[in-house]
Design a protein around this ligand. Sequence first.
Ligand code: CDP
Length: 214
Amino acid sequence: MSGFVIAVDGPAASGKGTVAQGLATLYGLPYLDTGLLYRAVGVSAQRQAGGVGEASATAAAQALDPALLDDPELRTRAAGELASQAAVFTGVRAALLRFQRDFAAQGSGAVLDGRDIGTIIAPEAPAKLFVTASPEVRAERRWKQLSGQGESVALADILADIRLRDERDSGRAAAPLVKADDAVLLDTSVLSIEQAADAARRIVETARANWAKA
Ligand code: CDP
């Protein structure tokens, strides 16, 4: 039997990263924030070619420098936008596929979060969560996060970003953001971080018990 894999998907600022990190710590599993890969591609295409187009983004994905993943610029609002522009291209997604699949396949098991983990990257994962929250709640969370990083943006602008990204991520042809049929929906709109972590743990415990029996 291969390792226990937890797939966590969901829209921007839904709390999926916090939930995924908490699960990784709890179960002692390596964790991959796949959004960072797309952010790195977007930022690198911007730096090298002055913008995100199919050719520049695909080239950036094929030559991705892992050192870039630690760059704080990847956490900015602009990087999130560049990432979602780059993520629509099949060449970009294909270039990032092997790394993510290998990460999921390591013997220890793993936790990955993103948009297509339960559908494309690790469709056989024994535990799948789809973490969501209302656009207003997500905008407020993202606004707090960006303000904490020293980036000052109006809440209304963040809400507009979130709606645009939802539309682009869900509407694209290549690996759109969609809940896998066998993923458990976790709506964190009215949950604290602790409550969301607790709900996620319960979902995963059930999945783990079934997986251990199989
Ligand atoms: O943190 P946030 O949810 O805002 O974004 P992220 O997870 O860092 O992802 C940034 C963008 O990358 C998303 O809007 C998606 O367009 C794209 N992405 C994707 O297409 N597939 C993934 N597995 C992860 C991210």
